[in-house]
Design a protein around this ligand. Structure first.
Ligand SMILES: *Cc1c(COP(=O)(O)O)cnc(C)c1O
Length: 218
């Protein structure tokens, strides 16, 4: 890939503008690469393994915001609870309760997104749109005072078919607009990765998660 990490950060920052947050997805990449992005002004980093994220958090500057973008096992929540800034992929009450419990222990409120399954592909995680609406009506949510639901996240199918990606992002865009009417804390729509962020921008994303186009192939 052409250009340095620093150049890629600048290019993305310019292209995305002020209204779209850039999560630099640094999974599998060494600390030197993250530091290069950091020196170019990047402050939000995304990881998908709790252990790796915790090691990086230990070693790197403390003003970095760490986003967990991957699937989270309940028994790993405690390791990131002291510092994680945003958990993108919550998809059931059991996980949300555990995050709440660990947030209480750390005397903080942890921001979370709910992952929605929009992909026609079977392999992707998340709640169906119908389940999301039921989930948001669950009375148990009000008891979880140490988590804050900030919005929605999804992944589109990995395909060359742009019409399909448009269709899938449109589902999330509509769902976000609907649910935002009743969810007072909703302000984040996390959609778009290296291969499809331009399409996500046409569907009002306000947070993109970019890995390989910044740091190179994994
Ligand atoms: C790895 C990953 C990304 C970044 O993917 P790229 O194609 O490298 O930009 C974004 N979101 C999630 C959930 C990921 O796991």
């Amino acid at each position: 890939m052409e250009g340095s990490i620093k150049e890629h950060i600048k290019t993305f920052t310019d292209e995305l503008g002020e209204n779209i947050d850039l999560v630099a997805v640094s999974k599998t990449k060494p600390n030197e690469d993250l530091l290069e992005a950091y020196k170019a002004g990047q402050r939000i980093f995304g990881e998908n393994k709790v252990q790796e994220m915790t090691d990086k958090w230990d070693a790197l500057p403390k003003d970095i915001k760490w986003h967990m973008v991957g699937h989270v096992q309940t028994n790993k929540v405690k390791y990131m609870a002291p510092y994680v800034d945003l958990i993108h992929a919550v998809q059931n009450m059991k996980l949300l309760k555990e995050i709440n419990k660990r947030a209480v222990e750390n005397d903080r409120v942890i921001d979370c997104l709910l992952q929605v399954k929009i992909a026609e592909e079977e392999s992707k995680y998340g709640m169906s749109p119908e389940d999301l609406k039921l989930f948001l009506k669950d009375d148990k949510l009000a008891e979880l005072k140490n988590v804050r639901l900030k919005g929605l996240m999804a992944m589109a199918t990995f395909t060359e078919d742009e019409e399909q990606i448009h269709r899938e992002f449109k589902i999330l865009e509509t769902l976000y607009k609907e649910t935002s009417q009743t969810q007072k804390d909703f302000s984040i729509l996390s959609m778009g990765m290296s291969g499809d962020y331009k399409i996500a921008m046409q569907h009002d994303t306000n947070m993109v998660r970019i890995g390989s186009s910044i740091f190179g192939a994994r």
